[in-house]
Structure formats: structure tokens, C-alpha cells
Design a protein around this ligand. Sequence first.
Ligand SMILES: Nc1ncnc2c1ncn2[C@@H]1O[C@H](COP(=O)(O)OS(=O)(=O)O)[C@@H](OP(=O)(O)O)[C@H]1O
Ligand SMILES: Nc1ncnc2c1ncn2[C@@H]1O[C@H](COP(=O)(O)OP(=O)(O)O)[C@@H](O)[C@H]1O
Length: 174
Amino acid sequence: MSKNPSQTLWFTGLPGSGKTTISKAFSESLRENGKNVCIIDGDELRAGLCQDLGFGKIDRAENMRRAAHIAKILNLNGIYALVAMVSPYAEDRDMAYEIIGKDRCMEVYVSTPLEICEQRDPKGLYARARSGSNTLMTGIQSPYEAPREPSLTIDTSREDLSISIRNLNALLNK
Ligand SMILES: Nc1ncnc2c1ncn2[C@@H]1O[C@H](COP(=O)(O)OS(=O)(=O)O)[C@@H](OP(=O)(O)O)[C@H]1O
Ligand SMILES: Nc1ncnc2c1ncn2[C@@H]1O[C@H](COP(=O)(O)OP(=O)(O)O)[C@@H](O)[C@H]1O
């Protein structure tokens, strides 16, 4: 049994930093330990519930507000929420943690450097941003404000996925 009341882990980091990969692997680990868990992924939200939103500052805030309310509902029903969103603005992350409840929420900073994310570029978004056909790309034309005091930092260019999962389990069992 986890002693920690936190039921939302909010993964923030640049596109391509590894948020989706980590949250999927961690959800499997939680399920193996008998937990109910749901991933809230920015890409999936934007394909449906948030398809009306773009990448300007106001729309990103609204995107996070909606995700935070989903996480809150899940938590109130005993379900862990793993949120994997770029969530680049510190004030919007704070707003989200207020909605969920600060005592229920932990921030995980996926700190993989921009150069590495840009080399990976699995969706070709950075290349499109550099050529000018994708504007407002986080890390290129749009800012990313790194968390100041995350509960955990994961740099996927330096740390094996299995170590990250071990550290996440340790965080929840603190
Ligand atoms: N301009 C721009 N900036 C950032 N991201 C972009 C952009 N255009 C498309 N994408 C793709 O959208 C995914 C980010 O969506 P999020 O909802 O997580 O972003 S945010 O939290 O509202 O900032 C993000 O997914 P991940 O790569 O999984 O992070 C990108 O694939
Ligand atoms: N721990 C890791 N080590 C090496 N590569 C990784 C790791 N995690 C993710 N990747 C790679 O980085 C790319 C982006 O990962 P993804 O999880 O989709 O990131 P995000 O959700 O932050 O955009 C993928 O090509 C993935 O294979």
C-alpha cells in the first residue's frame, strides 16, 4: 500500500522528451501493483476533447484546465491519473495543481535537453518548426518554463527507463 496521498503525477517536458513513454511504462507498473490508473496524454486530448484548442498561451491554459479537472474526477474515484502534457507555463501548472489539490499532485519534470528532443523528432515537428511551417513550437518559437522544485526529474538521455520507473515507485511510496 502506498503511504503517499498523491494520485496525480503530472509529467511536464518538451515535445519528444519521453513523457508518453514513461507514463505508459509507469501505468503498467502501477497496474501490476493492483492500482487503477488512467493516462491523460496531451496528444490524445487534442485529438478529441480539446480539438478546438491551438498552441497559443490562452489555449494551452484551457487545455491544462480541462486535463486538471479530469485528473481530479479520476482521483476522487480512486484512480491514479498520469498526465503527460508539455504544460510549458509555470502559472498554468500551478493552476492545474490547485484544481486537483496540491496534496494530491506531484510534478515530474522530464528534463531531456532540447538538442536530444530535436534529434529524436519522431513526429517531424521540430523540423517543421525550423522550416517555418509549424509555428509556436515549444522550445523553438514558444517558451518552456522548467519547474523550479519538481518532485522528481527524469532526463531520458541519461537515465534508463527501468531506473525512471523505480524512482517513480519510490516517490509514491515515500
Ligand atoms: N507548436 C507545438 N508546440 C508543442 N507541441 C506541439 C505543437 N504542435 C504540435 N504539437 C504536438 O502536440 C503535443 C503537445 O500537446 P499538449 O497538449 O501536451 O501541449 S500543451 O500542454 O497544451 O502545451 C506534443 O506532443 P508530445 O510530443 O507528446 O509532447 C506535440 O506532438
Ligand atoms: N527513456 C528513453 N530513452 C531513450 N529514448 C526514449 C526514452 N523515452 C522516450 N524515448 C524516445 O523519445 C521519443 C519521444 O518519446 P515520447 O514518449 O513520445 O515523448 P513525449 O511524449 O514527451 O513527446 C520516442 O522516439 C521515444 O522512443
